[in-house]
Design a protein around this ligand. Structure first.
Ligand code: IPE
Ligand code: IPE
Ligand code: MG
Length: 244
């Protein structure tokens, strides 16, 4: 979790629609441009010290969008998974799609399962793409699953494993170290509410299609200058206390 181990970075990839609208293009064109940014970021992630990258692609609330936009997004996910899975496997990237699956169209669900199978032996970057994802609903479903076991209590790690499991995660997931949102808004929009308890937050003005590997490197550089205390006191202060 500290600078010498691999980081878990989560990204709320926001701003595709505005990027397109500013150019007089349909919103779907913004989502296509956003997919290009995903490829660029995935390519550099491991080299920047990232072990796990969780990308917010479609929230459970995004079903409320006009049907043509939802359809364009679902088609884009399927096409990208079909086009990219062999390339991901060759680059040693393992793919997991996290979120609910039961509401995805059957062809997309099948493509997701194929892409996960093709990349399951990769041991480099762990790439998690959140589709039909809701942090609150994941916690709710984990609680329902716990209740069904009849257990009266569970520790935080155990409950965290349930949160990962209900969303089809491939095993437990490390806490989020760095949470980035592009597009200028400063909110979580129901992303990784459990996993980001002590994440460092970065809100960037760039719209997602304009976000570059250099911007990610800049965030990670600033992250490494931040002091994480996890509720304790900084080591420098500890010395002062010991000597008092
Ligand atoms: C993020 O971009 C992608 C999804 C939510 C699917 P938006 O589509 O939310 O873009 P803006 O925020 O409207 O610009
Ligand atoms: C969050 O963005 C979801 C994704 C980036 C996939 P939204 O655009 O849906 O969030 P709000 O509506 O601005 O909160
Ligand atoms: Mg948005």
């Amino acid at each position: 979790m500290q600078s010498n181990s691999r980081l878990h970075v989560g990204i709320i990839m926001d701003g595709n629609g505005r990027w397109a609208e500013r150019r007089g293009l349909p919103r779907a064109a913004g989502h296509r441009a956003g997919a290009t940014t995903v490829r660029r970021i995935v390519e550099v992630a491991s080299g920047l010290g990232i072990g796990t990258l969780t990308l917010y692609a479609f929230s459970s609330d995004n079903w409320q969008r006009p049907l043509p936009e939802v359809s364009a997004l679902l088609q884009l996910f399927r096409r990208d998974l079909l086009d990219e899975s062999a390339r991901l496997a060759a680059a040693d990237v393992s793919l997991e799609v996290v979120g609910r699956r039961d509401r995805l169209p059957a062809p997309l669900r099948a493509t997701v399962e194929d892409a996960e199978r093709v990349t399951e032996r990769a041991r480099g970057l762990r790439l998690r793409v959140a589709i039909d994802y809701s942090g609150r609903d994941a916690i709710r479903r984990a609680a329902v699953r716990l209740a069904a076991t009849g257990a009266a209590d569970i520790d935080l790690d155990g409950f965290g494993r349930l949160v990962a499991e209900v969303d089809h995660g491939r095993g437990p997931v490390e806490p989020v170290d760095v949470l980035i949102r592009t597009g200028g808004d400063q909110r979580l929009s129901d992303f990784l509410l459990w996993e980001a308890a002590y994440a460092e937050l970065f809100f960037r003005r760039e719209l997602w299609p304009d976000f570059r590997p250099g911007d990610l490197a800049e965030v990670l550089h600033e992250f490494r200058t931040r002091e994480r205390r996890f509720g304790g006191v900084a080591p420098t202060h500890l010395t002062v206390i010991k000597n008092a």
